[in-house]
Every structure is written in structure tokens, then in C-alpha cells.
Design a binder for this molecule. Sequence first.
Ligand code: CIR
Length: 281
Amino acid sequence: ADATDVERLFTFDAVVMRGIPDSLKAEALRTEDLGEVDLEEARKHHEAYQSVMRDQLKLHVEVLEADESLPDCCFVEDCAVVVDGVALITCPGSPSRRPEVTLIKRILGGGLGQEIVEMTEKGATLDGGDVLFTGKEFFVGLSSRTNQKGANSLANAFPNYPVSGIKVNGHLHLKSMMSMAGPGIIAVGSSDHSQKAIRQIKKVSNFDYTTVTLPDDAAANCVYINKTLLHCSQDEFPESYKVFAEKFPKTPRVAIPNNELFKVDGALTCKSLLICKKPKV
Ligand code: CIR
């Protein structure tokens, strides 16, 4: 019964995404210079992602319009944490990203029927990219974007789950180096920073997890949804691609390219918010 219950937490019927604005190319935040973003390519990858969700997984996909004044607006994951019909609307760590939450809040609380919780503590910041939900507990990256007060807000919003802070070094977010690859399975990168983070997790966790180690940190960001695993493409990360194929022989897997948005620190999880719609009473 327990396993079924955790699987339920990785089962969704709707996805929120947001278009890529032209302004992303010159103005999106980035931690290092990895070259110019090819917008056309980036949009193709974004459409491939939408298509997997819509056509293959048969989910309701809501693609919000891009806002040119918000160059990072396609990274919707950072704007909310959604679990069990509750949507915590974040206060993103970067002030430039804070106005992004307005539309996200309206959509989640409107047609998608989520119960909205806001972050009210002064000075609290939280990016969804720092929030790893295992189905049983939360790990929250304490990073340049997310602070302890932000972690406290998460704990208050989801009192049924333990929340543990994990120090993030060398990467933007906790999920820049790990993510859930299945119920109880954490995919994690092999760099020193990633290994340090997963050791912290193992020390403080309340449950046991299996880890799958990927040669590339960026490839450790994957999306497990409705028993399907969305992960890096063979072109981008051939070695990590091989590990996914070997470790998940029975799991339906879909490779989605991400090499353009990766230049502005976007990973696969960043591009969507996964939702269970609730009927409005
Ligand atoms: C930023 O720096 O905020 C964006 N350029 C990238 C955000 C990526 N989001 C995520 O990993 N959840």
C-alpha cells in the first residue's frame, strides 16, 4: 500500500509551462558564459517537451504566454512547489524573477484548483529548483537563491512531510545535481559537489533511497512522471544516456534535448510544474 501511495505522488494529470521570451537570449540570468542561446533550437526542445506531456502522456498542458519583461519566465518550476493539491507560491531568490509568480499563482489557484499558500515571512526566499520532493520528505537546497527562512516556509506549507536543508555548493540549485528518477530512486551527478550533497542527504534522511550516479551532473536532472522517465539526450551526454538505459531497462524513457536552455542554467525539471487537478467544489 505504501509503495502505491508514493507512486501516486509521481502521478499527474496537468502540466504548466511557459513560453520562451526573445529577451532570454540576452537577459536571462546565467552562472557562466556557455555561449549564445539559439532561440529557435531552444523552442524546438520546449515543444518536444510539451509534446511528450500532451501527446504521449495525455496530460492537460497549459502553456502560458511568455513575457518579454521576464527573461527567465520559462523556468516555471522556481515559482511554486505543488504537492497534494497545495501550491506554495515562492519568493524567488533573484529579485528579477519575483514578478513571474503572479501569473503562476493565478493559474494554479484558478482552473487548476490548487490551494494557494504564500510565503509571508520577511526575507524568506525559495526557488523551486532547490526543492527535491521524494514522495516521503523534502530536501531543500540552501543556495544563493534559497535561504533558511525559505526552507521554513516550505516546512510550514507542508506540515505532513519532514524538511531537511542541504547545503548547495558549485551549482545554482540542489536539482542542478540531482532529481527523482523513480519512487525511492535519486539520480545524482558524480562531481565532488554532487557527491557531497548526496552524502548530506543520506545522513539526514528519514527514509532509505537508492541512488543512480550519472557521469554528468546536468544529466542527473530528469523528470519521473506517470511511470515514464524523461532524461537527457544521447547527443548531449552519451555516457549518462548509457547509464539511464542500463539502470532503467524496463521503464519507458524519453530523451529530451536541453543543450540550449542549459546555457542559462535551465534543466529539464525547471520547465514545468506538475499538477494533479482538483475538481472545484
Ligand atoms: C535562473 O538563473 O534563475 C535561470 N536562468 C535558470 C533557472 C533554472 N531553474 C531551475 O533549475 N529550476
